[in-house]
Design a protein around this ligand. Structure first.
Ligand code: ADP
Ligand code: MG
Length: 138
């Protein structure tokens, strides 16, 4: 079974979309095997997004990610990395497919409500960034 890391970003939490995101996971038979709420520090956000540190949006992205609490989850299922990316929609909500989370709720290319790992290697890094083995059930 594959695992992926999901984050409901500060815009999703502050706009009360936590339940809607979780509803879509459950509706699509994606299992939540770990979950917690965190308010990231700048250093924690920078470490999580280290792969983007040379990008022009890095400073703004890490500010945004520390602007309020986030909900981090580990999801499990067959092909769940790709399946969850499909539920999220494209990074730029203007290019996201109809019915995706980002198409329905994102307000900005940065404030796009959700994060999902993009490969098995990234998922392993991102899951271990937030959770230890005792915090993951199943
Ligand atoms: P994704 O979250 O779809 O995997 P990326 O890994 O490319 O997208 O980027 C990480 C996050 O950085 C995006 O979800 C978004 O919040 C932000 N971001 C990406 N591209 C831009 C951009 N051109 N301008 C501002 N923020 C961006
Ligand atoms: Mg990414």
């Amino acid at each position: 079974m594959e695992k992926t890391l999901s984050i409901i970003k500060p815009d999703g939490v502050s706009r009360n979309i936590i339940g809607e995101v979780i509803r879509r996971l459950e509706e699509n038979s994606i299992k939540i095997i770990a979950m917690k709420m965190l308010h990231l520090t700048k250093a924690q956000a920078e470490g999580f997004y280290a792969v983007h540190k040379e990008r022009p949006f890095f400073g703004s992205l890490t500010e945004f990610m520390t602007s309020g609490p986030v909900v981090v989850m580990v999801l499990e299922g067959e092909n769940v990395i790709q399946k969850y990316r499909e539920l999220m929609g494209a990074t730029n909500y203007k290019e996201a497919a109809e019915g995706t989370i980002r198409k329905d709720f994102a307000t900005d290319i940065e404030k796009n409500v959700v994060h999902g790992s993009d490969s098995p290697e990234t998922a392993a890094f991102e899951i271990s960034y937030f959770f230890n083995n005792f915090e993951i059930v199943g």
